[in-house]
Ligand binder design. Structure first.
Ligand code: NDP
Length: 336
């Protein structure tokens, strides 16, 4: 068995030496457990939080622990009545080639004849569900409203923009670089696509939102949020989903302190700013799986994947994702 463990807590952006590849004996299942062979591993921004000491919305990993993460896995051996060898399942089996987990923790069985199984880690899984519930419960885009979303070529942002289009909203997507911007416009059908790295990004955003912003789906923070703030309409909704621009920060951003201004704006513009973790709305998961499955089969929602092959490449790919080097849902295909 091969696995990747947390070797050191990153200081700022993670580096290769924060991870260590190890070979360990093959684990054996006990009653109620299954032995899994991981086929696909999902790399997600929340994993950066798990590498830190101290509480975030996910508990920290210990040094020497296997990096965790969602997987599409094959059941090799089962001592649990619900699962049989050969089943393909959605699991949380981490950065390793084989894993033993409790049969109870397996999330769902996947149909190899249905949608590509790895979509259960992206558009048809946790990131897609995040987009779905953030809009359904908080953003609530209405016909003709303007919605803005950044990290818009990633699995959350791309899905947010496309669902908002299905609801009749006008969508402004933001991404890093010309290739991603063209993808938002030409493949995903967003009304406007902007590059957040442009010098005059704030002016471009203002020009793209002549009627202001009704929903800002917050994935990034940083200077995108700065540019969005003055454009927010009365009663705008801000689902606070992620702040990836700050995940590698080691100190508070330099002043001046703008918190009083922000609070005054929340008050005077009647804003709804609500943080959420997708799991808060887990009761909607079965409905999401059905509805998103339909949208995907009908071609109404599209998705893009960025696949790296081989577990040993996971650290480098993960480090790159935090800097925008991924283009689409980042997945590791395990070749063991
Ligand atoms: P992505 O695949 O979109 O990867 C992250 C992207 O963030 C990068 O590709 C990069 O894209 C963008 N980015 C990085 N730094 C900056 C920056 N300084 N300014 C603007 N954009 C930046 O990831 P996901 O779709 O998986 O996740 C998107 C967000 O959703 C994350 O914040 C994540 O933490 C959050 N999330 C929250 C969940 C919840 O339950 N609340 C669940 C799942 C995800 P680009 O090149 O376009 O800049």
């Amino acid at each position: 068995n091969t696995r990747i463990v947390l070797a050191a807590r990153p200081k700022g952006a993670p580096v290769a030496s924060d991870f260590r590849l190890e070979h360990t004996p093959m684990p054996t299942p006990r009653t109620g457990q299954v032995l899994l062979r991981n086929r696909w591993l999902s790399l997600d921004p929340y994993m950066r939080g798990r590498m830190n000491a101290g509480r975030s919305y996910v508990a920290p990993l210990e040094i020497g622990e296997t990096m965790d993460g969602g997987t599409v896995s094959e059941v090799v051996e089962s001592l649990h009545p619900a699962w049989s060898p050969g089943d393909l399942v959605l699991a949380h089996a981490g950065w390793q080639t084989y894993a033993v987990v409790d049969g109870e923790t397996l999330r769902r069985k996947l149909d190899p004849a249905g949608l590509p199984v790895q979509t259960a880690l992206g558009v048809h899984g946790m990131p897609g569900f995040t987009a779905y519930v953030g809009l359904h419960e908080i953003g609530r885009p209405q016909h003709g409203e303007t919605l803005v979303v950044a990290a818009a070529s990633g699995p959350v942002g791309a899905t947010v923009g496309q669902i908002a289009k299905l609801k009749g909203a006008r969508v402004v997507g933001i991404a890093g670089g010309a290739e991603k911007v063209a993808h938002l416009r030409d493949e995903l059908g967003f009304d406007v696509a902007l590059d957040h790295r442009a010098e005059d990004f704030a002016e471009q955003l203002a020009a793209a939102c002549p009627d202001g912003i009704d929903v800002y789906f917050e994935n990034v923070g940083g200077k995108v949020f700065d540019a969005v703030m003055p454009l927010l309409n009365d009663f705008a909704r801000i689902p606070v989903c992620g702040l990836v621009a700050h995940y590698n920060a080691t100190a508070p951003a330099p002043g001046p302190d703008r918190l009083p201004q922000l609070m005054a704006m929340i008050l005077s513009r009647h804003l709804t700013v609500r943080g959420f973790i997708q799991h808060d709305f887990i009761a909607l998961y079965p409905e999401f799986v059905r509805e998103m499955g339909r949208w995907l089969r009908d071609g109404r929602i599209r998705y893009r994947e960025d696949v790296v092959v081989g577990l040993e490449r996971a650290p480098e790919a993960f480090i790159g994702m935090l800097e925008g080097r991924n283009f689409g849902k980042l997945l590791v295909k395990l070749d063991s």
